[in-house]
Design a protein around this ligand. Structure first.
Ligand code: RIB
Length: 301
């Protein structure tokens, strides 16, 4: 089985559920508040995955490490930074849509020196997964090192930002949503035709595979040989937080032993279940739950 390392963020999510989010200057009552483990990096790390990142010297940091350990994540190389643990204030509206404000805290201290201290972890793995909630220079450095050691690299370019050519060249598989793809390529991604055109630009820049996540519609796999649409399942979403993260976590787990098409089918089930539950890591299903999932596909494109 292939070894996976996730280099990324670890956050405590402070979630408020409400009918609708307040407008500027408006005060509303929420319905429910809860605190759950999150962070795009940690959300994408599952059982038998090694996590590289930083937390603060505080109770959030300790709780997050314990929760990852309980899920089977190798947390041995997570360090304590000077800043407090990263947090995300999340508002989830009745329809499941969310708004997220992240304070990076210790995630912003994941620097090149930290990567250098843990180069052996990267050398010993097969797949390196990264997102953009730690400094982009660190992501670029970690991906470059991973490529130097001949590893497979996966980048989820979220939160959305422009990227330089070097990062793109050092990513074997990029997994953006439509708006992230638009920002990276500077091209429109409103229609399927536009998405394919923008995707081809990334392939021309050296990416071997691209999976564009399309929310409730599904996802599109693009590479030099194929352009494959994978439809999503029809589910009643109550919280879309970590929908993309759970997809990537599931995908990476399956890429350990299967081809990308099969891995996408598994990942589609993982995120279908995740959006029917509250919270980030609290919504991610077990392998048994995914294997027993019997959903109906949403055939609408
Ligand atoms: O993608 C969802 C994640 O984004 C949340 O868990 C939150 O921590 C933010 O990082």
């Amino acid at each position: 089985m292939k070894k996976v390392v996730v280099v990324g963020s670890i956050n405590m999510d402070l979630v408020t559920r409400c009918k609708r989010a307040p407008k500027g200057g408006e005060t509303l009552f929420g319905e429910e508040f809860f605190q759950v483990p999150g962070g795009k990096g940690a959300n994408q790390a599952g059982t038998e995955v090694t996590m590289l990142g930083k937390v603060g010297k505080d109770s959030f940091g300790k709780d997050l490490i314990n929760s990852m350990k309980e899920s089977g994540v190798d947390t041995r190389y997570i360090e304590e930074g000077e800043k407090s643990t990263g947090i995300a204030k999340i508002i989830v509206e009745e329809n499941g849509q969310n708004r997220i404000l992240v304070v990076a805290g210790a995630n912003s201290e994941v620097d090149k020196a930290y990567i250098d201290r843990h180069l052996d972890v990267i050398k010993e793995c097969d797949i390196v997964v990264a997102q953009l909630e730690i400094p982009v220079e660190t992501v670029a450095y970690a991906l470059a090192k991973a490529k130097e050691f001949g590893k497979m690299t996966i980048l989820n370019p979220a939160p959305a930002r422009e990227l330089d050519d070097e990062i793109i060249k050092n990513s074997d598989l990029i997994i953006p949503n439509e708006s992230e793809l638009a920002l990276i390529t500077g091209m429109p991604t409103e229609t399927e035709k536009e998405i394919k055109k923008a995707g081809e630009k990334l392939l021309d820049m050296g990416v071997s595979n691209l999976i564009v996540t399309l929310g409730s519609k599904g996802s599109l796999l693009l590479n030099r040989e194929t352009c494959e649409f994978h439809s999503a399942y029809k589910v009643k979403a109550i919280d879309t937080t970590a929908a993309g993260d759970s997809f990537i976590g599931g995908l990476v787990r399956e890429l350990k032993d299967n081809n990308v098409g099969e891995a996408i089918e598994f990942a589609t089930k993982v995120s279908a279940i995740a959006v029917t539950r509250k919270g980030a890591q609290t919504s991610i299903p077990t392998i048994e739950e995914v294997e027993n999932f019997e959903g109906v596909k949403n055939e609408e494109k």
